[in-house]
Design a protein around this ligand. Structure first.
Ligand SMILES: C[S@@+](CC[C@H](N)C(=O)[O-])C[C@H]1O[C@@H](n2cnc3c(N)ncnc32)[C@H](O)[C@@H]1O
Length: 253
């Protein structure tokens, strides 16, 4: 059932529907070949450093990077884990990630376009990471994926979801976080000049197809309904301070 913005203001803004979902998919499809990569590379390294502080990757043998994008994070994960699986619904993103991951014998793309179709997927993973992806899903899709992720995890496996956006608008804070991050990385001028068009395209995309946002209470409800316990991490795993991250553990069936 679709929820309108007005009805759900305090709890959830489930802005993504079939139409805007398709919009975001084609946005990422067209993006794979055209964007400047240094910002994505820096953001991935920053996320990965935070992830390593939050969990010890040596504890996880079989890991899935869900919504892997251009494959930067997968490329950092692969040397640290036994087997790294990666998937993105954008064919172009996945193709780019494949090229990036070609040198890692333990990394393998998987096809989750028909989740649950393969018995091999069941209860096989120790860790699933989902960074900066949930905002492109409708609430129904999120609920479906939570159930699928649970079915893919071993009993003691874990699901780390990051960069969940809170419902309160925080446009200026996001811009400030972005500029501060870029300045710390030492490419403020480049961000303002070379990456400006890229950032403007992203902002336009956000205006045309708003992202889904969840209060912590609402997210908790969805995760518990899907059969997880939820640990809210003290800090988000990206530099965006109006967002949050969670570590989910399956409740035994
Ligand atoms: C902002 S990028 C994040 C990429 C990567 N996780 C990272 O941290 O660099 C979002 C990615 O999620 C993918 N995505 C969005 N919704 C998805 C879905 N329902 N299934 C698979 N991938 C999805 C997009 O195609 C895009 O590549």
């Amino acid at each position: 059932m679709g929820l309108t913005r007005r009805e759900t203001k305090a709890e959830v803004v489930s802005a993504v529907n079939d139409q805007s979902g398709d919009y975001w998919q084609s946005h990422y499809d067209s993006m794979a070949h055209h964007e400047s990569l240094d910002l994505f590379d820096a953001e991935s390294r920053d996320y990965f450093a935070r992830l390593q502080k939050a969990i010890d990757l040596r504890d996880y043998e079989r890991v899935l990077d869900f919504g892997c994008g251009l494959g930067f994070v997968s490329g950092l994960l692969a040397p640290k884990v036994g087997s790294l699986f990666y998937w993105d619904y954008s064919e172009n993103m996945l193709a780019t990630a494949r090229v990036r991951l070609a040198g890692f014998p333990n990394a393998q793309a998987v096809d989750l376009s028909h989740p649950g179709a393969s018995e091999d997927d069941a209860r096989s993973l120790n860790l699933i990471v989902v960074n900066s992806v949930i905002q492109y899903m409708s609430e129904d899709d999120l609920s479906t994926w939570l159930a699928v992720w649970k079915s893919m995890l071993k009993a003691n496996g874990e699901l780390v979801i990051s960069d969940l956006i809170l419902p309160e608008p925080a446009f200026l804070r996001e811009v400030a976080d972005s500029l501060t991050f870029s300045a710390r990385q030492g490419f403020l001028i480049r961000t303002l000049l070379k990456n400006f068009a890229q950032y403007a395209r992203y902002l336009k995309a956000r205006r045309d197809a708003p992202m889904s946002r969840y209060s912590k209470e609402h997210f908790l409800k969805l995760a518990v309904r899907a059969g997880f316990t939820v640990d809210f991490l003290e800090e988000n795993l990206t530099y965006r301070t109006n967002r949050y991250s969670v570590k989910l553990s399956p409740i035994p069936d």
